[in-house]
Write a protein that binds this ligand. Structure first.
Ligand code: ATP
Ligand code: MG
Length: 784
């Protein structure tokens, strides 16, 4: 075939081309580091098979890690071939390409062929909270009492483990009694799922494997159909996925996989890094290709990332060079606390754009270890009109638990807030059903009072015993439930009184966080989260995440002593978020936006500038566990660092708000991640806050130099030009100082701080009442 393949091959280096054109009838494993073009090779290989070898796209199966990656890859293949693929559901006879995640592909196979093993095509994919509910019910039957949260989680996880068990290992490994019990539970669970025609996530893969193993016809058909199977991110597949791939490609053995052992970050979900070796065992004749050139990142970033990953002992040695210039140094930046951290990110992003170091906000990514860490960055971006989208999860103030708790505060601050009342009246569930709610609304309507006031009237009637059946249009039981709620609400109202005044608080008075904590306890919100939340084998992750969000909310409210002020801030935030600035991800706005995501979510992606925030030693590594866990955390940081093309900044906080007995305290943090110590000094610009530079000054720096605090200039270029750590405080900005700020005019310092060469970060209240965190250098702040 002499079709012109040059568009497919010309933009590849020698080794990449070698991989793309390698024998189409031979298995192939491409093992290479980040940014070396693995995904590009996979994409071009698909196009090449079609163009050069006349393989019908219909005969190719490609597996990616996310649905989004699948979309992008499909688009790219179409471009390379100059054709358009029909969507999977279209019946137009146009070319189609089976490209998706393991789960989506398994679901498709089962809908089409599952009847052979008794799976009807209309099965429902089981929601993870369904799983928990079901398990909870089964446990209750078994033990006669309602199971607590953790025993449900344990059972869910154990069942998932058992379902995915390889060759009955667990039967030998677990104590006999445990194994028996879990096995029994699993059988009941599976039986119920079948009865409802449900498949959970494990089932999708397991049933597909079973189908391929037991039905010769289906296996034959699919092996015939999928002449070529290609898989991206191979290092994060589990053994069931391996089996599926291996069954599908058993006939042609045309399996093409790409991966990088150093980027394996899903072991906690059962990914099996042994799949790399298993591949070589099962396909001993496979071609093995390494790519050594990194096209993505600057020389400095590649070297820094390399230094970090070399701290792992358990890894194959691998060379990595880059075609790119050395570029800017990696910036390691300690900030005082998390507000300063997010302000630092904001001003650095803005300077990078101003200096044309970045083209648009879409070149920026902020990465963090846990989802709860997104709140401060979201707030700072909203306040500074930086459009952003969240790649993983819901925007902070849209999260269910946050909305619920804020609704409680709203009811306490404003008894006329019926919307908020409706949200909380039965959240957490307290038996006040739809009908009761309707009757109660009628009761209030007749008396022309808002719901909260109606509730106190009802309570009065109830305590006076004036509620014989039907007398107020409501049954006795319903009235009783409402009265219980009213009672609790009135307790909280008393508790909230001191927060409702708008007068200047006396020093040391309580802040909104104590009220929030009281609410959480009084209504049993934590229990509710734990009971309601369920996520299959990842259940506890999800609960931890929600509890983390709640803690984050409590922390955030610890700066306010007035409930009104606090809610005003939240409302404005939510409003702006929905009107535009922060809401570019709903497709309605095409403003380029910055991306916020977890380190896990960054897999496979790349950005001009990457900020890894909250990189304290207690956050990454998050686990204090076994060596293997620490190594996985190190790989996670490595994955994060290698997302950056030109600018990489890693920040951590010197001080951290911690919660204790429901109150937020400022505490010294655990210091920077230990992994950062492995980056050679010549690759980084390390900037620490004055307090900690004092702490460490004995061994690291020369004595403090005195600098003027009114120096102006671009923050980022100043930061970039600093090659030493910044030393001790040079001037002090104090609360109460009158200042003038270039952007905002006159104001008074509310939170002061020591100035450094990078400029002090201080909070200023301006004449119009607004408060902003400003950098004294970048925003040209002068003392009056
Ligand atoms: P990761 O391990 O992070 O998934 P990867 O190995 O899949 O990385 P790609 O995403 O395929 O790497 O490539 C990284 C970047 O380098 C992409 O922007 C890609 O377009 C570019 N690139 C890859 N190979 C070349 C090449 N030969 N010439 C120019 N650019 C290239
Ligand atoms: Mg890739």
């Amino acid at each position: 075939n002499n079709s012109d393949c040059s568009p497919i091959l010309e933009s590849l280096n020698e080794y990449q081309r070698h991989a793309v054109i390698s024998d189409p009838n031979q298995a192939c494993l491409v093992l290479a580091g980040p940014g070396s073009g693995k995904t590009r090779v996979l994409t071009h290989r698909v196009a090449y098979l079609v163009k050069k070898h006349n393989v019908s796209p219909y005969r190719i199966l490609a597996v990616t890690f996310t649905n989004k990656a699948a979309e992008e890859m499909k688009k790219r293949v179409a471009e390379l071939l100059g054709i358009k693929f029909s969507p999977a559901w279209a019946q137009d006879g146009g070319p189609r390409l089976a490209l998706g995640t393991f789960h989506s592909i398994s679901a498709r196979i089962l809908r089409k062929h599952g009847s052979e093993t008794g799976i009807t095509s209309d099965f429902v994919i089981c929601d993870t909270s369904d799983t928990r509910q079901l398990i909870s019910r089964l446990l209750k039957n078994e033990q006669g009492s309602t199971p607590d949260y953790s025993s449900i989680s344990e059972a869910v996880a154990a069942i998932s483990k058992l379902k995915n068990d390889r060759d009955g290992q667990l039967e030998k490994f677990w104590p006999r009694r445990v194994w028996r019990r879990i096995n029994e539970l699993r059988n009941l669970y599976d039986k119920e799922l079948r009865a409802m025609n449900h498949l959970d996530f494990d089932d999708l893969l397991l049933e597909t494997r079973k189908l391929l193993q037991t039905s010769e016809r289906v296996r034959g058909t699919l092996q015939e159909t999928y002449e070529h199977v290609l898989v991206d991110e191979w290092q994060d597949t589990n053994h069931v996925q391996f089996d599926i791939v291996s069954l599908l490609s058993a006939k042609h053995e045309n399996l093409f996989v790409v991966g990088d052992a150093d980027q394996s970050i899903y072991k906690f979900r059962g990914a099996d890094s042994g799949n790399l070796e298993r591949f070589m065992e099962e396909f001993p004749n496979a071609a093995k290709i390494a790519l050594e050139e990194n096209y993505r990142s600057s020389g400095c970033i590649v070297a820094a990332a390399q230094a970090v990953i070399e701290g792992n002992t358990d890894r194959p040695s691998k060379k990595m060079t880059t075609v790119n210039d050395f570029g800017a140094k990696v910036i390691l930046r300690e900030t005082l606390d998390d507000r300063q951290e997010s302000q630092y990110v904001v001003s650095t992003v803005k300077s990078l754009l101003r200096e044309n170091s970045l083209r648009s906000y879409s070149d920026v990514a902020i990465l963090y270890r846990t989802n709860a860490q997104s709140r401060l960055i979201e707030e700072a971006f909203i306040q500074n009109d930086i459009p952003y989208r969240l790649l993983s999860g819901t925007k902070f103030y849209d999260r269910q638990e946050i909305r619920d708790l804020v609704a409680y505060l709203r009811v306490l601050s404003n008894p006329a807030d019926d919307t908020a009342f409706r949200r909380i009246v039965n959240t957490p569930p307290r038996g006040i059903g739809k009908k009761t709610q309707e009757e109660f609304e009628q009761f209030c309507l007749e008396r022309q009072v808002p719901l909260v006031l109606g509730l106190s009237e009802l309570l009065k009637l109830y305590t006076n015993g004036d509620v014989s059946d039907g007398a107020i249009g409501m049954g006795r039981a319903a009235t009783q439930k409402l009265a219980g709620f009213a009672d609790m609400l009135s307790k909280l109202q008393k508790r909230s009184e001191s927060f409702l005044s708008d007068e200047e608080p006396s020093p040391g008075s309580d802040c909104v966080d104590t009220l929030l904590t009281a609410i959480i306890e009084e209504v049993g919100y934590r229990d509710y989260v734990e009971k309601r939340e369920g996520n299959g084998s990842a259940a506890s992750e999800k609960v931890l995440e929600r509890l983390g969000n709640i803690e984050e909310l409590v922390r955030a409210s610890s700066r306010f002593s007035s409930l009104h002020r606090y809610l005003e801030g939240v409302t404005l935030m939510v409003d702006t978020m929905h009107k535009g600035a922060g809401n570019a991800d709903n497709g309605s706005s095409d403003r380029a936006s910055a991306s916020l995501m977890t380190l896990h979510g960054g897999k496979g992606l790349e950005f001009g500038a990457v900020f890894i925030i909250g990189a304290e030693d207690s956050v990454i590594p998050i686990s204090r566990g076994a060596k293997g866990d620490i190594e996985e955390e190190r790989r996670l940081l490595y994955v994060g660092m290698t997302r950056a093309k030109e600018h990489l900044q890693i920040t951590w906080r010197a001080k951290k708000l911690v919660l204790q007995g429901g109150k937020a305290f400022s505490r010294e943090s655990s210091g920077p991640s230990r992994f950062l110590d492995d980056i050679p000094a010549e690759l980084v610009t390390r900037i620490v806050t004055p307090s900690s530079s004092n702490r460490r000054s004995n061994h690291t720096h020369s004595p403090a130099r005195r600098r003027g605090k009114h120096k102006t200039g671009r923050l980022s270029s100043q930061l970039a030009s600093l090659s030493l750590e910044v030393e001790g405080p040079v001037t002090q900005w104090r609360a109460g100082d009158s200042v003038r700020c270039g952007e905002h005019g006159r104001g008074t310092v509310t939170i002061g701080g020591p100035a450094t060469e990078g400029g002090a970060w201080i909070e200023v209240m301006f004449a119009d009442g607004s408060r902003h965190f400003v950098n004294t250098i970048a925003q040209n702040v002068e003392l009056l």
